[in-house]
Design a protein around this ligand. Structure first.
Ligand code: SF4
Length: 898
């Protein structure tokens, strides 16, 4: 696409979380890739708001680090060679070892059209169901739980139900950081309706607790016990909807009997969940008394060895009270990824068929086979993510095509994934980024388009389909994923079935399949886009956000669907919802003598997945600059780890280093580490290698929240950091984290033994072999093991280094501002050696407000000096919290601490 045919103003969708916010983009200079973004006022997911990640999208669209040419074995090649190479190898493997020797590993980052083609190729034409996706790590348990209860994978409600509820249960979700715009909608709803009660259920005291009336810090893995206790309470206190139970459900008797067995009384539940019994009683009373109740859940529920049971324990309580599919009521699964829901629609997981049809159902297989005119459709489920990489390791899968994801970072037991890829006969990676931890193992790299260039659809957590539209030209030889997949398919001999010209062609076929044999008379299915089965390109281009199912009324009007099951009719064979009797097995991963702590993993506020895009935006890299481990003070003392120093965390599978953050927000006995850091950015900061590959037996979702670990102090002999205008290769530090800033890179460093001759070494490192043309200022105290040096060129700061035997290093932020100056004053040069800001300047501290770059020190000082009492007053004084609002919980915490 050339830049002159791109629109100046584009409505598109944010590529990060499952909220699916609408984004207005103004293309300022397409060739220089300069855009401006703002929230789309008319998009029903966000009504004009964007969180810190969405608001920083314009900083992520440059070409730095992009893969722009196909490569075979590290050598650039053209598309013809690359595509033939892949197709020929796949054909050879199928001929020699059968279709199950191939696998695709896809992603919730793919657009629905890309996903559809991948699934059609693997399941319909290669004839294996070995296509799984990183959505397996995200919401597979929600899918399985919903299918068991409703007979279909259907989220019953809409975001507006969160605002219309009178009682909101948020469980296993740090909504404030992971789905920030949903959190802001809830906060606004509470401000408008102070009687809205909110309970947050989470072992950690997260930022989401900022709006909670009650926080239940339950013991990890005991969610089913808590909700079984609620079911028993509702039954024992006459809070059931008996008419609803009779008419619209089945299996209540067995479910409540089991619930009474596992969770007989509030004191028993309190003991099992390790929560104050009064808090449990309050939660149960509020739930019992409030008709309009929504239970919002996410990865804290799904990522568990009993995740599917947890989902059903929640749904059981809503069925028992008839609170499903009506305004302000229902269980609500928040998807993690931008198109996890779209992937489910096209059957992107190994145990699904397209269009919400089932691989286990021969009629469904026959239906899809007829629609695709598929010669060799798969007839049994394929390998789920963890099993798939085990099969690669074992040599049963000979070739894998990994699309838009980074499993060497994100899968559990990630070093095993590495070992599997190292052994694999052929690894194909299609990605927009050239160097990732996963592409390091690729025999073939295929360059793809990314957010600013893509064209297609995504579906968010409330079933809303929205368009992603391109606003920048496609660079180099990059191509859309659907095009690459179609080309390989054609070269494998499936030309007619994959002769698409545009994403609109694919969407039309996807919609037509959803409508195929799907009517009131023919076992109707929930997923239905019949209104789009003949959509033309122009209508597709202009498609407005709409919730499926989307049907055409007799008067021709196209209509989406806000809610399901309000009429009490479910998609089971007898149209009744099913209670599922849930046991409460011990969590798969139990702490023990050797590994006495439980490791919990998750996202942080300003980063997305493996940081390949958010890591490009300086303002998103300042909130947390390093992999960290949150530790309760009791555990810090018990394991002799110290705030701001480094800890080594060890599991049965691997180990990592992380900066210690001692906090009472963490419960004793468990620690928290974020998921984002990769080997591109750290030496030992990946948490994936530690995570236990235990999976839920039904959903196959890994238990990423409870890995037994040991923790010990990392006995660093020295600490330091380097700030440099250019990217460096540093080999001296055992601990290294690279962070991007505005016109600089920061390298956090530590090691056991202080390198000898730091001064000489850093001169070589920082001088680019041109020491004559730079000016050095430096200070070293060999006896104390302290070294400070700065390199200036033409009066401006090029780089500087600080080394110390302790963590008592100069604060960073005032030094980073020197990189924005054309000339350093004498006072500023001197301050580089003293390690203290020049008189009149202060370090802003850790950045809290990413939008305006306001740091903790500035906030604390202003709060104290001006006697500020509210977030509004902070906003008035400093603007912090007034743009995206993602930092408001932290601002409140600072106010509470004053
Ligand atoms: Fe993007 Fe933030 Fe909206 Fe999620 S909440 S879709 S990350 S803007």
């Amino acid at each position: 696409m050339t830049s002159d045919i791109l629109a100046k103003n584009t409505k598109t969708t944010c590529p990060y979380c499952g909220v699916g916010c609408g984004v207005d983009v103004t293309t300022i200079n397409a060739d220089k890739r300069i855009i401006a973004v703002s929230g789309d006022d008319h998009h029903p997911a966000n009504y004009g708001r964007l969180c810190s990640k969405g608001a920083a999208l314009a900083e992520t669209v440059g070409l730095e680090g992009r893969l722009l040419q196909p490569e075979i074995n590290g050598q650039p090649t053209d598309w013809d060679h690359a595509l033939n190479h892949v197709a020929d190898k796949f054909k050879q493997i199928i001929a020699d070892d059968g279709p199950d020797a191939l696998a695709f590993y896809a992603s919730g980052q793919l657009l629905t059209e890309d996903y559809y083609v991948a699934n059609k190729l693997m399941k319909g034409f290669i004839g294996s169901a070995n296509i799984d996706t990183n959505s397996r790590l995200c919401m597979a348990s929600a899918v399985a739980g919903q299918k068991r209860a409703f007979g279909s994978d259907t989220v019953p409600g809409s975001y507006e139900d969160l605002e219309k509820a009178s009682f909101l249960v948020i469980t296993g979700s740090n909504t404030a950081w992971c789905h920030p715009i949903i959190f802001q909608r809830i906060r606004a709803a509470k401000e408008n309706n102070p009687s809205l009660k909110i309970v947050v259920i989470d072992p950690r005291r997260t930022a989401t607790c900022d709006i909670a009336d009650l926080h239940l810090p339950l013991k990890p893995g005991t969610d089913t016990l808590l909700f079984n206790g609620l079911l028993a309470y509702l039954a024992d206190h006459g809070n059931l909807d008996l008419i609803y139970l009779e008419k619209h459900t089945q299996g209540f008797g067995e479910a409540v009997e089991k619930a009474r067995e596992t969770s007989p009384t509030i004191p028993a539940v309190a003991q099992l969940c390790m929560v104050d019994p009064e808090q449990i009683a309050t939660f149960y009373q509020w739930f019992a008394a409030t008709k309009k109740t929504v239970t919002l859940f996410s990865q804290g529920v799904n990522q568990s060895s009993s995740g599917t049971d947890k989902v059903n324990a929640i749904i059981n309580c809503h069925l028992a009270t008839g609170r499903i599919g009506r305004e302000g009521m229902g269980p609500f699964s928040l998807t993690g990824q931008p198109n996890a829901m779209g992937g489910r629609e096209v059957g992107g997981m190994a145990n699904q068929l397209a269009a919400h049809l089932d691989l286990e159902n021969p009629d469904h297989v026959d239906l899809v086979s007829r629609f695709w005119q598929s010669p060799t459709i798969a007839r049994k489920a394929g390998l789920k993510a963890v099993d798939l990489f085990d099969a690669i390791y074992a040599g049963r899968v000979k070739a894998v095509w990994i699309m838009a994801t980074n499993p060497v970072v994100s899968l559990p037991n990630a070093n095993h994934v590495k070992a599997a890829l190292a052994k694999c006969e052929m690894v194909v990676v299609s990605d927009c980024i050239a160097e990732t931890d996963t592409s390091a193992f690729a025999h073939v790299k295929l360059p793809t388009t990314t957010w600013a260039e893509k064209d297609g659809t995504v579906t968010n957590s409330e079933r809303r389909i929205s368009r992603q539209r391109a606003m920048l030209p496609i660079p180099g030889a990059a191509r859309h994923d659907w095009w690459i997949l179609s080309q390989v398919a054609q070269r494998m001999g499936y030309k007619d079935a994959f002769s698409y010209d545009s994403s609109a062609d694919i969407f039309r076929e996807h919609a037509a399949l959803s409508a195929f044999k799907n009517s009131e008379n023919e076992a109707p299915r929930a997923f239905n886009l019949s209104a789009f089965a003949d959509i033309d390109k122009k209508t597709y281009h202009n498609l407005e956000p709409v919730q499926w199912p989307v049907t055409r009324l007799k008067n021709g009007i196209i209509q989406g669907t806000a809610r399901f099951f309000g009429d009490g009719k479910f998609l089971t064979s007898n149209q009744k919802a099913k209670f599922v009797t849930v046991e409460t097995p011990d969590p798969g991963n139990v702490a023990n003598g050797e590994y006495p702590l439980l490791l919990n993993t998750g996202r942080i506020r300003d980063q997305w997945h493996t940081m390949t895009r958010t890591g490009l935006a300086p303002k998103l890299c300042q909130h947390f600059t390093e992999p960290f481990v949150e530790v309760h003070p009791e555990d810090a003392a018990r394991f002799s780890v110290v705030d701001k120093k480094i800890a080594r965390i060890i599991s049965q599978h691997g180990e990592m280093l992380a900066r210690v953050l001692v906090t009472k927000n963490q419960n004793p006995g468990s620690i928290f580490v974020p998921i984002h850091w990769t080997e591109q950015l750290t030496t030992q900061g990946r948490v994936g290698p530690l995570v236990n590959p235990v999976v839920d037996p039904i959903s196959g979702q890994p238990d990423s929240k409870h890995t037994p670990v040991f923790m010990e102090v990392y006995d660093a002999g020295w600490y330091g950091y380097i700030l440099s205008r250019r990217s460096l290769v540093i080999t001296e530090a055992e601990y290294l984290v690279k962070v991007r800033g505005e016109q600089y890179f920061c390298y956090e460093l530590a090691g056991k033994h202080t390198p000898k001759h730091w001064a000489e070494k850093t001169r070589d490192l920082l001088c680019e072999g041109d020491p004559q043309h730079v000016q050095w200022v430096e200070y070293f105290d060999n006896a104390a093991g302290t070294y400070r040096g700065a390199r200036l060129k033409d009066g401006h700061l090029e780089s500087c280094i600080f080394v110390s035997p302790s963590t008592d290093l100069p604060e960073h932020n005032w030094i980073t501002t020197l990189f924005l100056k054309a000339q350093l004053s004498e006072a500023e040069r001197a301050s580089l050696l003293t390690g203290k800001p020049p008189i009149g300047q202060e370090d802003i501290g850790k950045v809290i407000c990413a939008c305006y770059g306001i740091g903790e020190n500035t906030l604390r000082k202003t709060i104290n000096e001006k006697g500020l009492h509210s977030v509004d007053e902070i906003g008035h004084s400093l603007k912090a919290g007034t743009e995206c609002g993602s930092c408001i919980p932290e601002l409140k915490q600072l106010l509470n601490e004053k």
